[in-house]
Write a protein that binds this ligand. Structure first.
Ligand code: HEC
Ligand code: HEC
Length: 383
């Protein structure tokens, strides 16, 4: 991927945002009113809020929750020399140090609880904010609240970083690690306006620290009890070389034990469902079985709960990668703040791998094959 076109997209979008700001007058209001009943009253809408000047500087250093002791030990092993432990820090309590700063072990007496905190300098946050405003704010908003000028009518809506809730970072912990966020921003989310970003790792690191610093009091990276985790680990693929067997097994788990069909479409006939599930001939399943069922999420936009359509794999775009391994990671970790559950530990890894093969086969067989898909769906729907 070359750098120029990707930056071009961001800059172009920012330009769109700025042009609209310049237009927030009578004309701008009329244009918005044309978008139908969901168009908020412009003066009230945070999307339309046009500051005359925005500050690019973050004046103060901050402290953000860091992963636990285990992570430091693991990192020290993975990257010899990155971390050193300095016993003299913090009144003799000691702390970890790396090139980015210091990490402090804090003890909360009331809760009898230890947590590590990372020092982030105002200079780093300022660098992060500058890049964030340049590349990300057109959608995610100048304040990172998701109300960017160009984000107004995007659905799914750009994430508010004040919610500290991430859908696709593929971790089973409360919060994603920096590495998980980095990978997500670099890969983007297919089928959404969240593009892959080819910024340097230094820039992304600064942006990520800035995003984390938007956590409100006692939440996200300011919640001492939150757990920070890496990308969910994938065991070795147990079906390697046995693709067809994996797909058959995946189909059974999907429509049987794991009940994926309750939200995503069922991709077998009712007769085959009964056979897979060992149900009697008169058992019925949900209406519109071969269509997805719209689900509520935890995400609010302008005070309105966002409903999310679980993808039909033969039709919608899967956001966070379509290799068998990507799908394993997605299914294992679930999608936070949405109806999509976490399957790690609820199913055996071997079963999750089988599901990944099965979902992949649906994408490959039908997603870009309209003829095949039409025939397949007609068969299911008895048309
Ligand atoms: C053109 C609009 C747009 C721009 C510019 C943009 N994003 Fe996004 N971003 C989105 C949308 C839309 C989503 C939500 C996608 C979804 O929920 O499926 C999103 C989601 C995200 C998420 C959340 C992913 C998750 O797991 O929940 C992160 C993190 C993110 N963006 C970071 C960035 C960063 C950093 C930049 C700048 C380098 C940026 N975005 C620029 C539109 C944009
Ligand atoms: C209770 C409802 C529900 C169940 C059960 C469910 N899902 Fe989902 N799933 C969702 C929703 C909602 C989304 C869309 C989330 C989004 O894009 O914001 C989703 C998204 C996905 C995605 C796409 C992720 C991406 O990167 O875009 C995959 C793959 C997936 N589910 C697989 C499965 C499998 C396999 C099962 C069964 C083991 C399953 N789901 C069970 C609701 C569900």
């Amino acid at each position: 991927m070359s750098k120029a076109p990707l930056l071009g997209v961001g800059t172009a979008l920012l330009a769109v945002g700025l042009v609209s700001y310049a237009n927030v007058g009578q004309e701008g209001h009329e244009a918005e009113a044309g978008h139908g009943e969901h168009a908020p009253a412009s003066d009230e809408s945070p999307h339309a809020h046009a500051p005359h000047a925005i500050s690019l500087d973050v004046p103060e250093d901050t402290w953000l929750l860091a992963p636990g002791e285990e992570w430091f030990e693991q990192q020290a092993e993975l990257h010899p020399g990155r971390f050193t432990h300095d016993d003299s820090l913090f009144d003799g309590e000691g702390g970890w140090v790396d090139s980015q700063g210091v990490y402090e072990l804090r003890y909360d007496e009331d809760e009898d609880y230890y947590s590590y905190w990372q020092h982030v300098s105002a200079a780093q946050l300022t660098r992060g904010r500058r890049d964030f405003v340049q590349f990300c704010s057109s959608c995610h908003g100048f304040q990172g609240d998701g109300y960017g000028r160009s984000g107004q009518y995007l659905r799914p809506a750009p994430r508010s970083f004040k919610q500290s809730n991430f859908k696709f970072t593929k971790t089973t912990a409360d919060l994603p690690s920096d590495a998980a966020l980095m990978r997500l921003i670099q890969r983007g989310l297919q089928g959404t306006p969240m593009y892959p970003w080819d910024l340097s790792e230094e820039q992304l690191t600064d942006i990520i620290q800035y995003i984390k610093s938007l956590s409100p009091e006692e939440s996200g990276w300011r919640d001492q009890f939150a757990e920070i985790g890496g990308i969910v680990e994938s065991s070795p693929d147990p079906w390697s070389g046995r693709r067809d067997e994996a797909i058959t097994k995946g189909e059974e788990i999907y429509h049987g034990k794991a009940n994926c069909y309750l939200c995503h479409p069922g991709y077998v006939t009712v007769e085959r469902m009964r056979e897979i599930r060992g149900d009697a001939d008169n058992v019925q399943y949900r209406d519109m079985l071969s269509y997805p069922a719209l689900k509520e999420s935890d995400y609010d936009v302008l005070g309105k709960r966002q409903m999310i359509m679980p993808p039909d794999f033969t039709w919608h775009q899967v956001r966070s990668g379509t290799t068998v391994q990507d799908l394993f990671e997605t299914i294992a970790s679930g999608i936070k703040g949405t109806a999509m559950p976490q399957w790690k530990n609820a199913l055996k890894d071997e079963e999750i791998w089988a599901l990944a093969y099965y979902v992949k086969s649906l994408i490959e067989g039908y997603k870009n094959e309209p003829g095949n898909r039409a025939a397949f769906m007609a068969g299911l729907r008895g048309e």
